[in-house]
Design a protein around this ligand. Structure first.
Ligand code: Z5A
Length: 215
């Protein structure tokens, strides 16, 4: 696949459910608007028409039959393939900032950590589907699974993956932290147990650095 010379900045937000990714996306939107950056916001799974259809399959609670871990992983990458070719790369080539609520690290964390699929298989898909595309920076909002689950619960009904037990989300969190430890240049791990204003101040510090706003 072709991923020639995109000039924009690709920023991803990661973390277990309920850590505040959606809230962080709104903060980042305001920040980028304020500094007059041309940007687009997106999410995974999803981000294009077909990818959003795949999202529906992935998140709808099981009714017909269970989705196997392998099918789940392949669908995540099918959605990602659409997202990259029809949304992320075109915008990066136009020089825009692309901010995605989740990206490939979620596959390592959920399908690798949570479902315990061999990460070499995930790496093979990553190489095939993403070629040399990588986020320039990734904000990992980190909090214990119990806290994230409690925050998410207030929202009402749970999707298929949210119905997993706490051990699953603890494995997901641990896998995220391993990814961050192994790629300190790209990852910014923020303490999402802090009050919102403190988390947002931490995000602002990251954005100031990324967009050269530090004095
Ligand atoms: N998935 C996967 O398995 N593999 C992959 O490769 C990819 C994804 C890409 C997508 O769900 C699912 O797909 C996800 C992983 C899987 N499944 N799970 N679980 P999603 O990303 O669309 O939704 P989510 O992860 O479930 O996100 P969420 O539950 O919406 O959480 P959030 O966006 O991180 O949280 P929030 O909505 O911003 O905040 C939740 C509540 O907490 C809200 O009321 C906030 O006001 C409150 N909040 C947030 N921060 C704070 C602080 N700091 N203090 C107090 N209260 C706070």
């Amino acid at each position: 696949m072709q991923t020639d010379t995109p000039t924009g900045i690709f920023l991803t937000i990661e973390g277990i459910e309920g850590v505040g990714k959606t809230t962080a996306m709104k903060f980042i939107q305001k920040y980028l608007t304020h500094i007059h950056q041309d940007f687009v916001l997106t999410r995974e799974p999803g981000g294009t028409g077909v990818a959003e259809q795949i999202r529906q399959i992935l998140l709808t609670p099981n009714t017909i039959e269970t989705i196997t871990p392998e099918a789940e992983l392949l669908l995540m990458f099918a959605s990602r393939a659409q997202h990259i070719q029809h949304f992320i790369l075109p915008h990066l080539r136009e020089g825009k900032v692309v901010v995605s609520d989740r990206f490939v690290d979620a596959s390592y964390a959920y399908q690798g950590g949570g479902r315990q699929i061999d990460i070499n298989r995930i790496a093979t898909l990553e190489k095939w589907i993403m070629d040399n595309l990588r986020p320039h920076a990734t904000i990992l909002l980190d909090a214990p699974a119990a806290l994230g689950m409690a925050r998410a619960k207030n929202r009402g009904s749970q999707d298929r993956i949210e119905q997993e037990k706490i051990d699953f989300f603890e494995r997901v969190r641990a896998a995220y932290l391993v990814r961050a430890e192994n790629d300190k240049q790209r990852f910014y791990v923020l303490d999402a147990t802090q009050p919102l204003n403190v988390v947002h101040a931490q995000i602002k510090t990251v954005l100031d650095k990324l967009f050269g706003m530090t004095r």
